[in-house]
Design a protein around this ligand. Structure first.
Ligand SMILES: NC(=O)c1ccc[n+]([C@@H]2O[C@H](COP(=O)([O-])OP(=O)(O)OC[C@H]3O[C@@H](n4cnc5c(N)ncnc54)[C@H](O)[C@@H]3O)[C@@H](O)[C@H]2O)c1
Length: 335
């Protein structure tokens, strides 16, 4: 039984906590930490976690905790991972590892001294059964040599205004949304991004302008092995959450999530023939979040499982830094 201290019980933290408490086997959530009193009351009253902290350092001093599960603001990730490892805990941390390469390098090099501990970043799409199957097919050569990835993260417009204040700590849409797509492109293309060009703007939500951020943007990128990728991000979808990826190979094409249908029901009525759409990232990746958390717990319990490494997350941040520069300067940026 891995004893876990969860840190951050906000929008995603509550979802992770509920998975760990009710659905993941081999672990027990014995502690919770948050700077928000209501979140700690939720941990006590709803999750039955009696040991609560407002200070992460105090939680780390608890020798009974084997692992920390960090679902805090992005700007805290690097320092909280380092502190967790230094306190001899296994660490799961939500993406992204950091929004600059220096912090990523600091974590990767420090983590090398703690290689008896599990340290992983939650790049959740790698645990989605459809993406896993696509990876299996690519690795088995079913589409020949992959030459192009087209990947998008598209959020429902209703969440955009809520995202505006997050931009101060999230690194903006590139680090917050595209980091998943960059990780997937590397996973499928097996190469490093070498060139990036990006354009977009604030077409509906002017609040993002103060951060030089976008509500809709595209990027065209080249990879060291001659392959390329096209990325799209939008915060203004009217139909739902619409994450999808296409991998074009020399002998075939794979499409993942091309139609973001919520169920297999087709509705025929006065509005036409249609399907309801998935509304948010959690609904789309609910199963993946569960598989990911179970994989972390299994790894802490000594099982051999594939996890996203700190290096995977650092590489995704490297791409995000390059594309952010391309977006902000409007120029072609080369690595
Ligand atoms: N994998 C995904 O698809 C996905 C989706 C959403 C969010 N995320 C990531 O999850 C992280 C959290 O996002 P969110 O939407 O839940 O944010 P949120 O603002 O709702 O939650 C942040 C949490 O951090 C806690 N916190 C802040 N400072 C703290 C401190 N010093 N000590 C302890 N707790 C502290 C807050 O109390 C809050 O519970 C972000 O890094 C985000 O990038 C990932």
């Amino acid at each position: 039984m891995v004893k876990i201290g969860i840190v951050g019980l906000g929008r995603l933290g509550k979802r992770h906590a509920e998975n760990l408490v009710y659905r993941v086997s081999g672990c027990q959530v014995t502690a919770a930490c948050s700077i928000v009193e209501e979140e700690l009351a939720y941990a006590k009253d709803v999750l039955g976690v009696s040991d609560t902290y407002t200070d992460y350092a105090d939680m780390l001093a608890n020798a009974d905790i084997d692992a920390v599960f960090l679902v805090t603001s992005t700007s805290l990730h690097a320092e909280q991972i380092l502190a967790g490892l230094a306190a001899d805990k296994h660490v799961f941390c939500e993406k992204p590892l950091a929004i600059n390469v220096e912090d990523c390098e600091k974590v990767v090099s420090a983590a090398a001294q703690y290689n008896h501990k599990i340290a992983t970043i939650g790049l959740v799409r790698r645990f989605d059964p459809s993406y896993m199957e696509a990876k299996r097919l690519v690795d088995a050569g079913k589409i020949g040599q992959p030459i192009l990835v087209r990947s998008q993260t598209v959020d429902l417009d209703d969440f955009a205004e809520f995202q505006v204040p997050f931009t101060a700590t999230s690194g903006g849409f590139v680090h917050d949304m595209w980091v998943h797509d960059f990780d997937l492109a590397r996973w499928f293309l097996g190469s490093d991004m070498t060139e990036a060009y990006s354009i977009g703007g604030c077409y509906r939500h002017k609040g993002f302008e103060q951060y030089n951020d976008a509500d809709n943007a595209s990027a065209l990128c080249k990879y060291a092995n001659g392959t390329n990728a096209y990325f799209f991000a939008s915060r203004t979808a009217q139909h739902g959450h619409d994450t999808r990826t296409e991998i074009v190979g020399t002998e075939g094409i794979l499409k993942i999530g091309e139609i973001p249908n919520a169920t297999r029901v087709e509705i025929f009525d006065r509005a036409g023939a249609r399907q309801e759409c998935v509304q948010d990232f959690f609904a789309r990746f609910e199963e993946a979040f569960l598989i990911e958390a179970q994989a972390f717990v299994d790894a802490c319990n000594g099982k051999e499982v594939a996890l996203c490494t700190l290096e995977d997350a650092m590489n995704a941040t490297k791409d995000a830094v390059m594309v952010t520069e391309a977006y902000k300067t409007g120029t072609l940026v080369k690595a």
